[in-house]
Design a protein around this ligand. Structure first.
Ligand SMILES: *[C@@H]1O[C@H](CO)[C@@H](O)[C@H](O)[C@H]1NC(C)=O
Ligand SMILES: *[C@@H]1O[C@H](CO)[C@@H](O)[C@H](O)[C@H]1NC(C)=O
Ligand SMILES: *[C@@H]1O[C@H](CO)[C@@H](O)[C@H](O)[C@H]1NC(C)=O
Length: 331
């Protein structure tokens, strides 16, 4: 009751309505309050252009557009300039078009975008910075692009709010999950229907895929693993890939063992040679020493002369004191 319209409110509302209607009719280029050709715009800021045989991105979009649905057309390109005017865009459905490329600047200003659908297009590559500016992105659907074979390892690194990622039914053989693992909010990743490679370079992905994952996430190569589920071969791959590493280790050990054996043999040989040489040297020395020993015997034989020397010495000592005595007497 208290919220009953005041009498002055009624004519004001009429004037606003008339203004909006006239704007819709004249499609003022300044305010862009109109609606693109073949699209339906409602007061919830939803612009619906699905299945209208559009070949180009719609022009004259309301600037405040929150939801834009351009699915089921043949649009070949998302023009960065026109798209980035829509800074309030939350929901963008581009599925089932003819998009071949998304450039780094395509989503440059869409900081509020939470839902993006790029399924059923003809994309081939996703580069590093493509989704970087989409800080609020919660759900990204990018399925059924038959030629999509490369997603840059850091393509989703900055989408911290991402909860659901679906890349099913593309042409992916590998996916580097390093940056995906770091996304705290991520709770669902669709991977099925891709020709996955189950080799060592994809070991991380295989280990990451849970066994309870639906049955279509299977290996395409190598031949002996075709049709096996990624979750099943994960553990097998880990053992296999680490065995390959082990054989290098074995080779290393064999080489080290051989080096030690060779070093031992060589040093034993050198020791043997040294010992033989030493023995010969000793023998030679012994032969030279024999004449010396004879000389020693001769020396001991002349010990008599030594005795004579001693006797002469003592005789000299004996003769000394008397001379001293003599001098004492003389003084
Ligand atoms: C894609 O759009 C075309 C119309 O342009 C429609 O005939 C076709 O069924 C759509 N395909 C899918 C998978 O929605
Ligand atoms: C898928 O990728 C392979 C190479 O990995 C290529 O030979 C094949 O043509 C691609 N398929 C499509 C539909 O582009
Ligand atoms: C995955 O990408 C990161 C860089 O983002 C790189 O360091 C790492 O080696 C890659 N892993 C594989 C298995 O290629």
């Amino acid at each position: 009751m208290r919220l009953a319209p005041q009498p002055s409110a009624h004519p004001l509302r009429l004037i606003v309505l008339l203004l909006v209607l006239s704007a819709g009719v004249t499609t003022s280029p300044v305010l862009s309050t109109g609606c693109p050709d073949r699209c339906v715009c409602d007061d919830q800021l939803v612009v619906q252009c699905a299945g209208q045989h559009l070949t180009t991105f719609p022009v004259n979009l309301p600037l405040a557009t929150r939801q834009l649905i351009i699915s089921n057309n043949r649009i070949a390109e998302l023009p960065p300039l026109a798209l980035n005017y829509l800074s309030d865009l939350v929901y963008l459905d581009c599925s089932n078009n003819s998009l071949t490329e998304i450039s780094e600047s395509t989503f440059g200003n869409l900081r509020k975008l939470a839902y993006l659908d790029l399924s059923f297009n003809t994309l081939t590559r996703i580069e590093d910075r493509t989704f970087g500016p989409l800080a609020s992105l919660v759900m990204l659907r990018m399925t059924d692009n038959p030629g999509l074979s490369h997603i840059h390892p850091d393509a989703f690194a900055e989408n911290a709010a991402l909860q659901v990622l679906d890349v099913s039914r593309n042409n992916l053989t590998t996916l580097n999950i390093t940056s995906l693992i770091a996304l705290q909010a991520l709770r669902s990743v669709g991977l099925s229907g891709n020709p996955w490679s189950c080799e060592c370079d994809n070991e991380d992905l295989c280990l990451w895929v849970h066994l309870e994952d639906e049955g279509q996430t299977v290996c395409s190569s190598p031949v002996d693993m075709q049709g096996s589920r990624l979750g099943e071969v994960g553990v097998q791959l880990r053992a296999l890939c680490h065995q390959t590493l082990g054989s290098w280790d074995y080779l290393f050990f064999v080489l080290i063992g051989f080096a030690i054996f060779a070093a031992g043999t060589v040093s034993a040989w050198i020791m043997g040679v040294i010992m033989v040489l030493y023995e010969r040297y000793i023998k030679k020395k012994d032969q030279q020493v024999d004449p010396d020993e004879e000389g020693d015997i001769l020396e001991t034989g002349t010990s008599g002369s030594n005795g004579n020397l001693n006797s002469t010495h003592t005789s000299w000592l004996r003769t000394f004191p008397p001379t001293h005595k003599h001098t004492a007497v003389s003084s």
